[in-house]
Structures are given as structure tokens and as C-alpha cells.
Design a protein. Structure first.
Length: 412
């Protein structure tokens, strides 16, 4: 608590002029306690919607895949013996409801969507009267700027509120981001894809313009001689009526020639542009191309291998950032020294088919790295008596069963 007070005190020593002579206590209440202002006249936490996300199907599909997959992963607070810790206030917060308006799934999915659209996602820690974290509020990334304090060189976040500017120390804001160069602000994937999206949009618009300006006629009627305008109208009306009343069947009379007009309503360049977009979006978001509908060169004989590529190459990197940030910002140094840490269970997305899963369990028991009750837990079955022991082959017995000595041998 002393460290937190020091951070707040240092904050208002450097930026006290922003509060027009208010006391430190008033300034603290304004920044950390009075969240009502931040919701009037509108909610600065969830105001903006990215228009590219709402109008580009490929980008929407990529971000939906990433955010839903990450939010679906089980997240647990573990100790150094790999046991889940449930009697911790932060564990309760992240596992069930990070704030009064969101469950854990919505919170993680929204953070991941913001990270993949703006390049940055922020959640500020809301403290109670005992300086315990009681909520995590998601911030609007467009209102947050990273600043460095000149004397201490520590990172602060400048938050544009409706009634002024708020400065919050980096330890009080959970910040996950995309890659970046010098500095602390992630690069927006949408900005990286801007030229690709504009190119695809222009190709589609060109195709639509061609369709709108194209001749709508479907047949050419060639007559053997020149006829008057009234005769042309009569021939056209007879042609139209006969076509509609006979299921599209036409009889070509002597002196009349009917040629259908062949047209391609969509230019093939549209599909080429979409393919380019899928490939580039997959590259920017580090996704396997098959997840965005690009099937060329994909072997579907092993769906498990495809899932492994996604988990190891994409999700594995993303979840490490969340784990590191949660460990640093939501656990105290003492708790980390005790061995507490946050862990996403990536194996939840690697469940194989029934045959492969049975083989995995079989080898796990016989190789003494899985107990029967651990397997039952993975299958959502209740534990059984004696199922917490490891077994060794003979064939097979509990690992603590004494090994019988050969006849005449003496125990050491």
C-alpha cells in the first residue's frame, strides 16, 4: 500500500497544476475513486467502433477467430506445485467478473479485439478503500497516450477524460499490445493493412460501377428487313410475351435471328483481389491462411496438425503477453516469490479425436505422468477413490506398491 501511495503522491507532485490547487486527497479521489465523471456524458471506456472492422469481412473474420479463441481458453492462477489457487481476490476477479458489467469471456474478448484493431488494449485497476483491486475497467485506446516522467523515466498513461486529463502509473493499467519499435505503443494492424483494404475496395467498386453501367439486354433480335418503329415495338412485345409464357423457350422464325448476350457479371479481378487480401490479413495477424478460407495447398488429412499450427504459432505467442502482464500488474512481488502465476491452458484447443485422445490417456497412465482422476477431470467426470495415485506397469499397479524381492534376497 505504501508503494501505491508513493506512486500517487509522485504523480500529483509532477502534475498537480492540472487540478487547480486541489489537495492531494481530492486529486486522488478524482483520479482513482470518482469514476462517475468518466461515464458522463458518454462512456469513455467503450465509445469508439472501428469502421474497418465493421466493413471488411476478412479482417472481421481474423479478429473474431483470434479474440474468441483466446477468450475461450481456461485461465487459472497456479502455485509452484501447479495447483489452482481459488482463495485469491484477483483469481475470483479474472475468472468470473473483472468488472460489474462484464464476465471473464467478454472482458478478454474485448481486450483482444481492441488489441487487434487499434494495436493497444488498456484496462485500469479500480481500487477499494483498502487499496485492493475491485474491478478492471477497459479504456478507450484513442483516449490513452503513453508518457515518460522526466526525472524517474517511469511510464505513465495520460487519459483524456471529459473533465480534464488523468495521469495513471503503468503499474495501475493492464496494457497488451501488438509489436512496436521504440516506445511503448503498439502498431495498429488495421493501419498496416490500410493499403490492402483500399485496393480491394477500389476493385470491388470498379466492378459494381461496370455492372451498373452495363447493357441490361439479354438477347439481340436481328430482322431480315428494316421495319417501322411501331412494327419493332410489336415484334418486341410478341417476343417478350412468348418468352415469359413458355418458360424461357424461344422459336426462331424465318427472317429473325436471336443471339444471346453472354456476360460475366463479376470481373475475375475481384476474386484475385480477395485472395490477396486474405493472404495479407493472415500474414499481418500471424494466422494460418486456411483459417480465412484460403484452401490452396492445405492438407486436411490431419486437422490436429492444422490446429497445432494455430495454437503454437499464433495463440501461444499472444497468451504469453497476457500472462506476463497479469503476473506483473495483478500479483505482488511477494506472491510471485511464493510461486503464484497466471496460466492459460492451451491444451483445451488441442483435444484430438476419440481414438487419439484414448491413446494419449493410455500412454499417460502407463508412463506415470497422468493419474486416472486427472483424466476424469479432463473428461468432466467426478474423481474416484484411489484415482489420485500414479501407476506403473506390472501390469499395472500403484506406484507405491513394494517391489517383491527375489527369493533369498535381503532388503538393504
Amino acid at each position: 500500500m505504501n508503494k501505491l501511495f508513493d506512486r500517487i503522491k509522485a504523480q500529483f507532485a509532477g502534475f498537480g497544476k492540472l487540478f487547480n490547487g486541489k489537495s492531494l486527497k481530492q486529486a486522488m479521489a478524482t483520479t482513482y475513486g470518482n469514476f462517475a465523471r468518466w461515464f458522463e456524458p458518454y462512456n469513455i471506456f467503450t465509445k469508439r467502433t472501428n469502421h474497418t472492422l465493421a466493413t471488411n469481412e476478412t479482417i472481421f473474420a481474423a479478429i473474431s477467430r483470434l479474440s474468441n479463441s483466446l477468450a475461450s481458453l481456461p485461465l487459472k492462477l497456479l502455485d509452484k506445485n501447479f495447483n489452482q489457487v481459488t482463495d485469491h481476490p484477483i483469481a475470483e476477479l479474472l475468472t468470473y467478473s473483472p468488472n460489474p458489467n462484464m464476465n471473464a469471456f467478454e472482458f478478454l474478448r474485448t481486450m483482444e479485439v481492441l488489441r487487434n484493431t487499434t494495436g493497444n488494449a488498456y484496462a485500469i485497476k479500480d481500487y477499494d478503500s483498502r487499496y485492493q483491486v475491485r474491478a478492471l475497467w477497459i479504456l478507450d485506446p484513442s483516449r490513452v497516450t503513453e508518457v515518460i516522467e522526466t526525472t524517474t523515466k517511469e511510464l505513465w498513461y495520460e487519459i483524456q477524460g471529459d473533465n480534464g486529463v488523468y495521469y495513471v502509473h503503468n503499474m495501475d493499467v493492464v496494457h497488451v499490445k501488438h509489436v512496436h519499435g521504440y516506445g511503448y505503443r503498439g502498431i495498429s494492424p488495421i493501419d498496416v493493412l490500410r493499403n490492402t483494404v483500399d485496393f480491394e475496395g477500389k476493385i470491388k467498386q470498379l466492378s459494381l460501377d461496370m455492372m451498373d453501367s452495363a447493357v441490361k439486354a439479354s438477347f439481340i433480335l436481328q430482322l431480315a428487313a428494316n421495319v417501322s418503329d411501331e412494327k419493332k415495338k410489336e415484334i418486341y412485345e410478341n417476343f417478350r410475351k412468348f418468352y415469359s409464357e413458355n418458360g424461357g423457350v424461344l422459336i426462331q422464325e424465318l427472317g429473325v435471328k436471336i443471339d444471346p448476350i453472354k456476360r460475366e457479371f463479376l470481373d475475375t479481378k475481384v476474386f484475385e483481389a480477395e485472395k490477396i487480401t486474405r493472404t495479407r490479413v493472415a500474414s499481418v495477424f500471424n494466422l494460418p491462411a486456411y483459417m480465412l478460407g484460403e484452401t490452396q495447398g492445405v492438407n486436411y488429412n490431419s486437422m490436429e496438425q492444422l490446429a497445432l499450427e494455430f495454437v503454437q504459432g499464433t495463440l501461444g505467442v499472444n497468451v504469453v503477453q497476457y500472462e506476463k502482464e497479469f503476473n506483473r500488474k495483478l500479483l505482488t512481488p511477494e506472491e510471485r516469490r511464493r510461486g503464484l502465476y497466471w496460466k492459460f491452458n492451451l491444451k483445451a484447443l488441442l483435444r484430438g479425436n476419440t481414438k487419439d485422445q484414448a491413446e494419449y490417456y493410455f500412454k499417460g497412465v502407463r508412463s506415470m505422468w497422468l493419474t486416472p482422476n486427472e483424466i476424469r477431470a479432463l473428461e468432466d467426470l467426478p474423481p474416484m477413490e484411489g484415482g489420485d495415485k500414479l501407476y506403473r506397469s506390472k501390469d499395472i499397479e500403484p506406484i507405491d506398491t513394494p517391489i517383491p524381492l527375489p527369493k533369498g534376497a535381503v532388503a538393504p
